[in-house]
Each structure stands twice: as C-alpha cells, then as structure tokens.
Design a protein around this ligand. Structure first.
Ligand code: ADP
Ligand code: MG
Length: 716
C-alpha cells in the first residue's frame, strides 16, 4: 500500500520476496522505484482509470525492477481506498507472472517453429479439430488441394478431399481409434480446378490434455510416383513380354551352374515339362553334352567379358543332342566379380544338318566331276577357272591348284578360240542358247604340246536367269584319232594288196606269155654253145647272152611266184633250219662283201605252217637287200623268238638305212632305189604278199645311215 506520494506504507512478505527488498527497506520507498520508466506512465494511467471508484480494480502486466538488479514480469493490479482525514491510499497487488510469460513466449516460438517445419517438408500438413474444422494448413497442403491458404482455414476437412476414401478416414477419426497412430491411404483428390491428383493421405489423431482430439493429416502428392510406378510396371511388363515371346532361348544363370530365370523358348527347346523343372538342372552335368565346353565358355567370358557365336552341343531332357550358338555376357557384382551369365542361344541343329547335307550333296557332285575321265573345267563369266577336275589335269598337264583362281581359260585355248566358243555358246545355232555341242578344238597343254580334242560347253544360270559360270567338257581325241589314222593306213594297205593282186594277175599272164619264148631262146643258145669251141671269141658273147637270158628267166620266175600261180602245199616248217640253210648258201657272198653274220635262235621255237619255197624266197630277198645296203660291209643279225601265239623273226643290218620319205613305199611293187640293172623293185612286194598270205605281218624300222630292221611275225 502506498500513499499519494507513492511512499510505501505496507508490504507483505510475498511483496518483499517478489521485489527482492526487505520489508524494512520497502517502508517509505517510492513505489515507482520498482517500475520501469514506461510502466510508471501506465501506473498513472491506471490511477486515472480507477479514479475515485473504490470498487474498481485495474490490472496490467509490468516489469518489476528488483532489488538484486534483475527484472521480472508481474501482474500489477491496483485499487484505491479513501481513509478518514481524506487521505487516499493505493493498494497494489503484485503477482509474479515470469513463468507464465516464459511459457507464452515458448509457445509462440514453438508454434512458429512448427509452422516453419511444417512448411519445410514436401508434405501438405493439415490440422483439424473434432468437428473436422481445419485449424492449420501449410503452403504445400494449399498447393496440393488447389485452395488458397486463407480459404482452407475453418473449412471442413472431409469435404475438401475427394469422396472415395472419405468414409474410411472419417470413421477412423470419429471413432477416435488409433490415437497416436497413423493410418494412410492412397486416394485421388479433385481440386477446384478439376485437376485429379493422386495422393497419399495419412491421418494421425492425437488427444490434447484437455481431452480434445486434434487430427494431423499429411497429404503427399504421389501423382509423379504413381506415374513412375505405372511406367515401371509397364516397362517391366513390356520386357517380360519380350523376354517370354522371343523365339530364341534367353537365360540368366549363376556361375555355379544353375539357371535363375529363362524364357519359355529355352525350356521348351530343351524338352522340359515346365520352367520349374528346368531351373533345377545342373548346367554342366545335365545340359552340356561335353561338360568341358562349359569350362571353355566360362574361361572365355572371364577373359573377354562376353562370348559371341560360341558353338556348343547341348543335351535335351531325353538325351537328344542339339547344337546351339551362344551369345552371353558376364553378370558382375559391385566389386566386378563374375557371379553369373545372361544371354541367349540359337538352335542351329537344323542349320547344321542342312549344311551337312549340302556338303554331302556337294561332295557327291564334286566326286562325280572328279571321277569323270573327260576334262571338266568350270569358269566364271570372265573365264577365270573355278573347277578343274582330274580329267582336265591329265588332259592338259596342269595341277588343279595351279589353275583354280589363278589362270584364265584363254591360256588353254588357242588364240581367238575362247571368243569363238563364247559366241557359239550364246548363239542358238549350236545346240541352243547357252549350249555348245561337240566342237573340235586344239588345247594347249602345260608343256606346250597341242592336243586334239572335242569340247562341249554350256552356260550355268542362276535362278534369276543371270549367267554365272560356264562349264566345258573336254574330250581327248588323240587315241580315237590315232585309231582312225591306223584304220586309214590299213585301208591303204588293203588297197595296196588289191593293187598287188591285180598286178600279180597281170604279171603272171605276161610271165606265162614270155616264159615259153625265153625257154626257146635259152635252149637254142645252149645248143649253139655246144657247137662253138670254148676258145672261140664268139663263145664269150654267147655265154654273155645266155646269162642275160637266165637272169631274165629268173625274173620271170620271180614274177610268177609273185602272182603265186603254183601255190605250194603248206606243211610244218622249222624256220630256224630254213634260215640257217639260206645263210649257209649265201655264206661265200657275205664273206666277200665283208659282212659278218650273227644268229640267235630262240630254243624250242614251234614250227609254223608254211610253204618252204615261198619262205625261202622271202628270207633270200631280205638277206639280199641287207647285203646290198651294206656295200662297205657290216653285220647282219638274224634272230627268232616266240610271242604268245606267233613267232617273231628279226633281220637287222648295219647298212645305209631307209629315208623316212620312202619308208612307206618300199613294199610297193616295182619300187626301187637301185640302178636298173641291179634291182627291179619286186623283192619286198613279193615278201609282203607271201607273209600276208601266211597270216603274218612284216614291218620295217630304220634309221638313215645306221641300219634297218625287218620284223616278220608268223602265226603258230
Ligand atoms: P630292189 O631290191 O630290187 O630295189 P626291193 O623290193 O627288194 O627292190 O626293195 C625296195 C627298196 O627298198 C630298195 O630299192 C631299197 O631302197 C629299199 N631297201 C630294201 N631293203 C633295204 C635294206 N635292208 N636297207 C636299206 N634299204 C633297203
Ligand atoms: Mg631286192
């Protein structure tokens, strides 16, 4: 209590404790000393408010300056009371409100902090009371709901969020269940702007001390997340679909050798009942036909990080083998260690089979081509050789590896022939377009020799009708042409024999006609000889005429035997003995001519059926010719031998030989190289006739200046 001059007249213990002054000190102290400058003004104001009304009490919060120098918040109330003697006293009640003040401040700060925090997160936060009236909403909440912050306050929470899960939440809040717990649901909220937002709404009812229920609602915009989740699901589905639908096997496996996942094509290909069964198998043991291959595969992946086109044999469940191509890459953990593999496999069993069949077919065709005796050469359209078979190797003297891919067909043809062949192939006139039937040709062998042959060729077209290659079949005509030539010779020889036969008939007639007069002349001359003495000069002339006539008669006999008028009976003849006899007779002549005679008779030569006289004539003629061929002397060798079913007689001289030009003519009648007097050219033609007549043959071989060999064969 203080008086008009603010002089304190009474203070209780509490006032003393509150102000920090002792009761004694407070006595007489100016009350205003306890107040701050500002509050002193308030004090006056309070007095004037109270006025003279004793029943009025005015309160205000003030700061009290305490005796120990600190300040403290206090509620100060004053009333007045008029004493007798007219003095007015003021009663001031001081109550310490420091604590209350601090709390209020803390509350304010807490609220601010809460609001700050509430604004900081991405969640919309709404607080509503028991009647669902919104008491607080943060910025995010206003954004998600699409309603300005000011408009949200005092609104009904459940009417703001859409309809769908309203009941659920409302019931939950209403029942007051789960106080202190959080319930969430996803729901779409429609904003006043007609935007639909996917949200997650969580409500957490909480009970205040006074029993009121406040509900905290957290609203999160999950439109993005939803979309992301949907995209993820879609893409997962897309890839799963792809994974399952791919017709090649796709798989993920562990390093240890089990499948973690695979598509249907994979287990289907390997003949398993379902995926579950397949995932149980041991890869190395149950899948690889050769478990070592898996090690190779793993080593490759270890080295490169992947494999591609790795060909391997696998077993199906039933043990059947298939061939697959693997493409696989390593699956690694964070540290980069390989923990498994993922990849795909392609079943190439059919392809392999086809390749094999194709190869077999190809080999078969190649064998066919190779085994042909004819030369087969295939070239591309430029003429470069693609195939050159063994027949061609034999015919042309090249090895296949020398020409395939290295040589052009033109180097085998004579100049210009290549073009001619091509032109004929493309013309319709030689077996049709693209064909050339039988065309005589000269091939050039590797050694330069020209080979007579026959070519037939054709162009090979692809399925579109484009020319891709040409094939030529070359026939070696040498042998055939040789035979033809031989035949031609035989024909000529036959003609020769015919000529000889005709000649024979003619000569025999002439000989017969001449024979009698010549014998007449000879007899007359012999008669004359007896009448002329040997010393007479005429006798010499006579003898000369006689010898000429004798020569003439011998010639006639030759001519007659040539026409073989008196064919002698054939009987077995020992050729050796016959030849020895003749040589014996000729021995003197030979020695005079300085000719050495050698014989070598094969032992046990069978006899031949022959006419002795004719045979004698043959050898006589040939020996005579040999002698005449060796004017300076030499050696005459005669030998016999047996060959199969005939005997061979060789008569060899070391004489002048026969020039090639006349070799074919020596057996002709009247062919001679000798002077008129010496030879008439009938000897060999007679021999030829006799030998042929005996079913034998006579051949000559000769080298000019070296000598001549006659070979006579006679059938046994
Ligand atoms: P000629 O002996 O009367 O000439 P041939 O018919 O006996 O008639 O012989 C024909 C030709 O054959 C001979 O002129 C001779 O040129 C050649 N001839 C025959 N035998 C031989 C031989 N041994 N050596 C060389 N030439 C020979
Ligand atoms: Mg002769």
């Amino acid at each position: 209590m203080f008086d008009r001059d603010y002089r304190i007249e009474f203070a209780n213990t509490i006032a003393s404790e509150l102000s920090g002054y002792s009761k004694e000190r407070l006595m007489g102290m100016d009350f205003r000393r306890l107040l701050s400058e500002r509050d002193i003004g308030y004090l006056d104001q309070m007095h004037s408010e109270v006025g003279i009304d004793e029943s009025k009490r005015v309160c205000t919060e003030m700061e009290v300056l305490t005796g120990n120098g600190s300040k403290l918040d206090a509620e100060v109330c004053i009333t007045i009371s008029e004493m007798e003697r007219g003095s007015v006293k003021t009663y001031a009640y001081l109550r310490d409100i420091t604590e209350r003040k601090t709390m209020e401040r803390e509350l304010r700060e807490a609220t601010k902090r809460f609001e700050k925090i509430a604004e900081m997160g991405d969640d919309g936060i709404i607080v509503f009371d028991q009647d669902s009236r919104i008491e607080f909403a943060n910025q995010m909440a206003s954004e998600i709901m699409g309603i300005a912050k000011e408009q949200i306050l005092r609104q009904e929470f459940f009417s703001l969020i859409g309809k769908r899960d309203e009941e659920f939440l409302e019931e939950m809040v209403m029942r007051g269940e789960g106080v202190g717990e959080k319930v969430c649901t996803e729901m779409s909220i429609q904003t006043p702007q007609n935007q639909v937002k996917e949200t997650e709404v969580c409500v957490a009812p909480s009970q205040s001390e006074d029993g009121h229920i406040k509900t905290y609602a957290y609203i999160r915009d999950i439109t993005e997340r939803k979309k992301f989740e949907k995209d993820l699901r879609d893409s997962e589905e897309k890839y799963r679909n792809l994974f399952e639908k791919v017709r090649h096997g796709l798989y993920i496996s562990t390093k240890e050798g089990h499948f973690v996942d695979c598509n249907q094509a994979m287990w289907g290909l390997l003949g398993y009942r379902d995926k579950g069964e397949f995932l149980k198998i041991d890869i190395a043991r149950d899948l690889y036909a050769n478990p070592k291959d898996r090690e190779t595969f793993m080593a490759l992946v270890e080295k490169e990080g992947f494999v591609k086109d790795f060909e391997v044999d696998w077993k199906r469940k039933n043990g059947e083998k298939i061939t697959v191509l693997l493409a696989s890459s390593a699956k690694k953990d964070e540290r980069g260690t390989i923990i498994g593999y993922e990849g795909l496999n392609i079943d190439i069993t059919d392809r392999k089979k086809m390749e094999r069949e194709l190869k077999e077919a190809n080999d078969f065709l190649m064998n066919l081509i190779e085994s042909s005796i004819d030369g087969i050469i295939v070239t591309d359209m430029k003429g470069d050789i693609l195939i050159f078979n063994r027949g061609a190797e034999n015919l042309l003297g090249y090895k296949s590896e020398e020409v395939v891919g290295k040589m052009n067909i033109r180097s085998i043809y004579q100049p210009g022939v290549g073009k001619e062949v091509m032109d004929k192939l493309k013309s319709p006139d030689f077996g049709g377009i693209g064909k050339l039937a039988s065309f005589p040709i000269l091939h050039r062998r590797k050694d330069g020799e020209l080979v007579e042959g026959d070519l037939s060729a054709s162009i090979i077209y692809d399925e579109k009708g484009k020319e891709i290659a040409s094939v030529g079949i070359f026939k070696d005509l040498r042998e055939r042409l040789g035979i033809e030539r031989e035949l031609q010779k035989m024909r000529e020889a036959l003609l020769q024999s015919e000529k000889l036969a005709a000649m024979g008939r003619l000569t025999s007639q002439i000989a017969h006609e001449l024979n009698n007069p010549i014998y007449g002349i000879m007899n007359t001359l012999e008669l004359l000889k007896t009448e002329i003495p040997p010393e007479s000069k005429r006798r010499r002339i006579l003898e000369l005429s006689l010898s000429e006539i004798q020569r003439l008669s011998e010639m006639l006999r030759n001519m007659l035997s040539f026409s073989k008028p008196e064919e002698e009976k054939r009987r077995p003849v020992k050729i050796d003995e016959l030849i020895e006899g003749i040589l014996l007779v000729m021995d003197k002549q030979m020695r005079e001519a300085n000719i050495k005679v050698k014989t070598s008779f094969h032992e046990g030569i069978p006899e031949v059926m022959a006419s002795t006289n004719q045979m004698r004539q043959v050898f006589l003629n040939i020996f005579k010719n040999a002698k005449e061929a060796m004017p300076k002397g030499g050696t005459l060798s005669v030998g016999t031998s047996k060959e199969d079913n005939r005997i061979l007689i060789r008569i060899q001289d070391t004489g002048v030989g026969i020039p090639v030009e006349i070799k074919d003519r020596i057996f002709e009648a009247f062919f001679t190289t000798k002077q008129k007097v010496k030879g008439v050219g009938l000897g060999l033609s007679v021999c030829y006739g006799i030998i042929k007549d005996h079913g034998g043959d006579i051949k000559v071989e000769s080298q000019e200046g070296r000598g001549t060999t006659f070979a006579i064969t006679l059938p046994i």
